[in-house]
Ligand binder design. Structure first.
Ligand code: KG4
Ligand code: ZN
Length: 348
């Protein structure tokens, strides 16, 4: 009997594929492209070419290592958006070719739906859909390089509660990391420095005077940049001085704390006003230790179930796309298309 979904994720600079049964990951692989750091950000054309040259071999090796035969695949799932158009096209056409050759259905998954489902990879029991349903309704915070938003998830329906009006949290982590001389994507490296610092410098907590889920981070980014200049830290990463190092760590801690305080303000507001008892996180910044600790401590105090993906599943991966595909397959009749805006959805 065919009982595995092969999933593909190529929305940005991770080439990833996975094979999942209805309740377990059979095999998975993620390749993070390396050439972009030199340019300080993802170069779309390079990303698409890299996906194209790697994906076929990766899928072949994945099938071999999984022990799953092609005839045992019941569906091909892939990320249909949002993301970089060229990168998405590579995944789309590869998945289409594979599904046609095997004569099995093809399913496009919204990238953010994948991030939401990543938390269930290691939480709950039973099939993917049972784990998901056991956690509904939930408030989800997606914090990635391209998105920062809150979604209310009910069985089969998503409601966008609020989002950033400008920069995403991952994006400002990367931009501030860049001015600090840290390699792209610098979010994790900045956070490591922050762990050695004290949040002593004042920075704004944007839009916390508002009781809603709306956010804006570009002002905080500018304030951080000006603070960095005032502290005379420009080019100081080149200096080997203990004092400079400590000031850099204090700056990083102040910046990180401002982001986390802002997010926590919104989390507290939403959980209290909705009364929902499940809280889920998705996206690369979900791996941030300070954010995870703040969420776990607060949720425990409030008796809220805090469902965090394992750090390895916070960033882009194909298993989350496979989990989302299985959930859609199982709950087909009751699932509605996600209410997110699709920035680069492809027609197929
Ligand atoms: O979800 P993701 O892999 O890609 C998108 O869909 O955008 O998120 C990548 C983002 C990057 O901006 C990266 O710097 C950030 O997640 N990130 C972190 C940490 N780990 C990854 N930001 C802060 N602290 C971290 N530990
Ligand atoms: Zn992502």
């Amino acid at each position: 009997m065919s009982r595995y979904i092969l999933s593909i994720e190529t929305s940005c600079d991770e080439t990833a594929c996975a094979i999942l049964s209805p309740n377990a990951i059979q095999s998975e692989v993620v390749y993070s492209q390396v050439g972009h750091a030199h340019f300080g950000g993802v170069v779309p054309e390079m990303a698409a070419r890299d996906h194209q040259s790697r994906l076929p071999l990766m899928v072949k090796e994945l099938l071999e290592s999984s022990g799953v035969r092609r005839e045992e695949l019941c569906e091909i799932a892939y990320t249909h958006g949002p993301g970089l158009a060229g990168s998405l096209l590579v995944g789309h056409y590869y998945a289409l070719g594979l599904a046609s050759a095997l004569n099995i259905p093809l399913r496009g998954i919204h990238h953010l739906e994948g991030h939401i489902m990543s938390a269930f990879i290691t939480h709950g029991q039973g099939s993917w859909s049972e784990r998901f349903l056991a956690s509904c309704p939930a408030i989800v915070l997606i914090v990635s390089g391209g998105h920062t938003l809150f979604v209310e998830v009910k069985k089969g329906a998503y409601t966008l509660l609020g989002e950033t009006r400008d920069d995403a949290v991952g994006e400002i982590f990367d931009k501030i990391a860049r001015i600090m001389g840290l390699a792209y994507p610098g979010g994790a490296a900045l956070s490591k420095l922050a762990a050695m610092g004290r949040p002593i410098y004042p920075l704004p907590r944007p839009m916390t005077e508002r009781n809603d889920a709306e956010m804006s981070f570009s002002g905080l980014k500018t304030a951080a940049r000006m603070l960095y200049e005032r502290l005379n830290l420009k080019d100081s990463h080149l200096l080997n001085s203990e004092l400079h190092h400590q000031t850099r760590c204090d700056f990083a801690a102040s910046f990180e704390q401002a982001i986390i305080d802002t997010l926590m303000y919104k989390v507290r507001y939403l959980m209290k006003t909705t009364g929902i008892k499940n809280f889920v996180v998705g996206g690369g910044v979900g791996a941030n230790r300070t954010l995870r600790e703040a969420l776990l401590v607060w949720c425990e105090k409030e008796n809220i179930r805090c469902i965090l993906p394992e750090p390895a599943y916070c960033g882009d991966n194909a298993s989350m796309i496979g989990v989302a595909a299985w959930i859609r397959k199982d709950l087909q009749a009751s699932m509605v298309p996600p209410a997110f805006r699709l920035h680069a959805e492809l027609a197929w």
